[in-house]
Design a protein around this ligand. Structure first.
Ligand code: SF4
Ligand code: SF4
Length: 393
């Protein structure tokens, strides 16, 4: 076990119209907060199942995790203490909507080197269309000054933005430049996952999105060739994965090295399945439900996805996200056949960008991977004259 997603609460102070949590239909009053006893036990569980790994990851998630901030400092201290006792490293991250950030919380993130991902949809008009408080009031104006303070201060580990795309892919370049201009180090885009036709991107929109991604990948490449950084996460993720030579049998770590834990201590495949019995894989008190987990791992493996066997992109796509498959295809184990053409074309853009960068400046790819925490295949060092020397490590 490498990554534990700690679902600190089901509650959220926003009521975004496209949110997958809204399917749960739980009244705010009934929503749970994780207590520090469960959170500490969750940390024990992570370390007990980390085996030989030298680094583990704790990600605070919700709902809105800052509604239960009081639990975080003690958990961070406890996890650091466990890590030092066991000779491992522990890395922390949080995903937040940014509306509850305070000076104290920002200070804490800085001191403890906690990576912050902010869910933000970009320009005010786009963001406020869907990301609103429960009373219907907009959230951008509340969030912006807090985000600016966070970005002003996040020098050690710059914050990144995650955008949910609901409409108008033509605005993607503008949104990216706006968020990079605010000071985010990187911005990633994900089309909304929903079965609701009002919020789904149409096929035409997905084609437009692909065109925008292609243009932004070219912009990234252009910057890279000048040894500059353009924080378009989607192409960076793809390039890092290709450079690491990842040949995947599963689309992600869900149910392998990654689990989500709910406020009661139940373990789920990933954060998006938290609270859904069908995807519960045990609990931190009694351990994994090994039989259920093994069945999932057998069934989810790419060799069992018949439709994918002849696909050239299968070791990159691996059938796609289980949650998306659950929502769009009716079963988490089905491949996401609704986006095959799209993902193949996007993989091709990634491969072309990779080849161009690999032949122009392979060291840049090394540095990109190192910035994501991977070890370099070679040692890259800057010489006095500003050029780079490499040697095989
Ligand atoms: S692109 Fe389609 S066929 Fe290919 S691996 Fe992905 S889901 Fe399967
Ligand atoms: S199942 Fe989907 S949402 Fe969950 S970790 Fe995998 S890719 Fe992410």
């Amino acid at each position: 076990m490498k990554t534990l997603i700690v679902h600190l609460t089901d509650a959220c102070n926003l009521s975004c119209r496209y949110c997958y949590h809204s399917q749960w239909d739980v009244k705010q009053g009934q929503k749970k907060m994780m207590g520090s006893d469960v959170a500490h036990k969750a940390v024990d569980f992570l370390f007990d199942h980390a085996g030989e790994l030298d680094e583990v990851f704790v990600v605070f998630f919700g709902g809105e995790p800052l509604l239960n901030f009081k639990v975080i400092p003690a958990v961070v201290d406890y996890a650091c203490q466990k890590a030092s006792e066991e000779g491992k490293k522990v890395n922390f991250a949080i995903t937040t909507n940014g509306t509850l950030l305070t000076e104290e919380i920002i200070d804490f993130f800085q001191q403890k080197n906690i990576g912050v991902t902010v869910s933000i949809d970009g320009l005010e008009s786009v963001h406020d269309r869907y990301r609103r408080f429960a009373d219907g009031s907009p959230s951008y104006g509340i969030m912006l000054p807090k985000i600016k303070r966070l970005l002003d201060r996040s020098d050690k580990r710059p914050a990144v933005a995650r955008v949910t795309l609901v409409e108008d892919p033509g605005k993607v370049p503008q949104i990216l430049d706006h968020l990079l201009g605010l000071g985010f180090a990187e911005v990633g885009f994900a089309p909304v996952t929903t079965g609701h036709p009002d919020y789904q991107l149409s096929n035409h929109d997905m084609d437009l999105l692909l065109g925008e991604f292609q243009n932004l990948s070219q912009k990234f490449l252009y910057a890279a060739k000048e040894r500059r950084f353009y924080g378009f996460s989607n192409i960076i993720d793809m390039l890092v994965s290709l450079h690491q030579g990842e040949v995947m049998n599963y689309p992600c770590g869900a149910g392998l090295g990654l689990f989500s834990i709910d406020p009661h201590g139940q373990l789920y495949l990933c954060q998006r399945f938290t609270g859904q019995d069908e995807f519960c894989m045990g609990d931190i008190f009694n351990g994994f439900n090994q039989k259920k987990l093994e069945t999932f791992r057998d069934q989810a493996e790419i060799s069992n996805k018949e439709d994918c066997q002849q696909c050239w992109a299968r070791t990159i796509c691996t059938g796609g996200c289980y949650h998306e498959a659950c929502v769009r295809e009716g079963n988490h184990l089905k491949p996401n056949l609704h986006y095959c053409e799209w993902i193949k074309q996007w993989s091709q853009i990634g491969l072309e960008t990779y080849c161009q960068l690999a032949s122009a400046d392979p060291e840049y790819l090394e540095m990109l991977c190192m910035s994501r925490g991977y070890r370099s295949h070679m040692t890259v060092r800057e010489t006095k004259g500003g050029s780079y020397e490499k040697e095989r490590a």
